[in-house]
Write a protein of this length. Structure first.
Length: 162
């Protein structure tokens, strides 16, 4: 009975596979949104102020960072919790694939969140004249919370590895 229960629990990891597939659909949605932003940019490119162009470009960078984060979570999460990804010999293989454990994944996710938060904060600073001081203070506090959390997670991961 115990062996059956353990096998059942171990097999339940496959319930995560559709979640990772769902993340790939979210990646499709991000790609569509990325090109929608570019499509809206070109007709007004010559009439845009420089700051508006920079804000649009920062939005595109933001979308691509989130896309990279999705790929990292999808592939390394699948490998860590469901099954090893077997790439045919001769096919291109991502250098980090198979090397990112769950602790490293958490640290990389936290670092990506800090990078995404930094871009949002930069966008806010570029529109500082339109934002209340108190609101801006809260944006900075939230960003610093992300930075501190990422630092602490990285530090704890380093301690656990030794």
């Amino acid at each position: 009975m115990e062996k059956f229960f353990e096998n059942l629990l171990y097999s339940a990891r496959w319930l995560l596979a559709p979640l990772y597939l769902g993340l790939s659909l979210a990646l499709v949605a991000l790609t569509v949104k990325f090109f929608q932003e570019i499509w809206h940019l070109f007709p007004v490119l010559f009439s845009l102020k420089e700051t508006d162009l920079i804000l649009t470009i920062l939005s595109l960078i933001d979308i691509s960072l989130v896309g990279g984060l999705l790929v990292m979570v999808m592939l390394s999460g699948y490998e860590n919790f469901v099954s090893q990804i077997d790439i045919e010999s001769g096919r291109e293989k991502l250098g980090w694939l198979g090397k990112v454990d769950s602790g490293t994944l958490k640290t990389k996710v936290a670092a990506s969140i800090v990078a995404i938060s930094s871009i949002h904060l930069l966008k806010i600073f570029m529109n500082a004249d339109k934002i209340e001081t108190e609101k801006m203070m809260w944006y900075v506090i939230i960003h610093l919370t992300f930075v501190a959390s990422a630092f602490i997670m990285g530090y704890l991961d380093k301690i656990n590895r030794h």
